[in-house]
Design a protein around this ligand. Sequence first.
Ligand code: 0RA
Length: 428
Amino acid sequence: MLDQDYGASQIKVLEGLEAVRKRPGMYIGDTAERGLHHLVFEIVDNSVDEALAGHCNRVHVTLHIDNSVTVTDNGRGIPTEIHPTEGISAAEVVLTKLHAGGKFEKGAYRVSGGLHGVGISVVNALSETLDVEIKREGKVFFQRYHRGDPEEPLREVGISAESGTRVTFKPDVEIFGEREYSFDLLSQRLRELAFLNPGLQISINDERDATKTHDFHYEGGIISFVEHLGVAKTPLHPKVIYLRGEKDGTETEVALQWNEGYIENIYSFANNINTIEGGTHLIGLKSALTRTVNSYALANNLLKKDQEGLQGEDIREGLTAIISVKVPEPQFEGQTKTKLGNSEVKGFVEALLNEKLGTYFEEHPAEAKRIGQKSIEASRAREAARKAKELARRKGALDSGSLPGKLASIKCSRPKKSGCSFLPLAQA
Ligand code: 0RA
């Protein structure tokens, strides 16, 4: 009876990982470059979760010559005790069951969204071999897997005063067409994660090329991120503006810096995911920026009451910004699940900016004036460009020989009503 129960639960586990091998794209997006790199991020996300829970401050990634990758962290280590209902170690449950639950305490954020957070078991299922070493409660444990199947149960192999997890995996040749990792592609995301999690040290080295190493560690968080993005630009105010607030368990951080250039450079993140499709946090940021700079400009006579207000794009000209929110239950939408959907977040972000950016402007009048004036100039330039374009169009239409004489002459016969529309001509 007991044996039968054990067998039954084993079958369920095998079915789980079989599904991943059958349809890997469903779990990691594709089996090309993106999916291959996703395997690394899946493990790293688990380490970052440990950091978010306050138990880890170091993550290291090593690329090996044989296309295998090692991710080491100094978190708590994956739990090792025998799982009460599964009869195997908790680590084996985590490594062989899809979405093995029980990991996340209430109140702790986690990296999740898009294709992230599918679980370390997915990496295991898609790896020729996967070795896990866990340091926890004074002991060292080890287990090896082949294509998701354990060679033998988790076993104790030594003692250690440290804690942490080390995972080495080799992507399966049966799954991945291309197995060569890009140091730069991995580095880019690891740097981003280091910016988003101040104090967390994330390093990478490449055994295929000893010159390739990075050590990312930014105490300044997203302030450092904005500084990094703005290195080649002349700032309007040397110090990055930083705003932070918390409401109903959602943490919002915004870093802003205007420069003399004309390019708008805004990145948004939710729970460490780059929300390239935007969402409620970004909408909140944009609308609050427009509101706050307009009311500053009005109150300080940069803008006259009868003048048309500044548009969002005027205000965002030359702006480099990061918004990062940490939401307890994030909803990700959109084609690539990289659009934040939580409607309450828009209001949180707006309230934060309306209050704190307003205060910043009051307390930094010189900076505020430069930002305000730059927006005014942008709006003037936009207006001038519009007029010039209109004029050029009208001129072009008037002296163009492209219209047959008869039609050209009736073109503006009802200028007000038709607005010189070419529509009737097109229909004719
Ligand atoms: C399950 C539960 C806990 C941590 C982890 C998994 C975990 C997984 C990975 C993967 C790489 N590094 C990791 N670190 C931790 C919670 C641990 C606890 O409650 O003590």
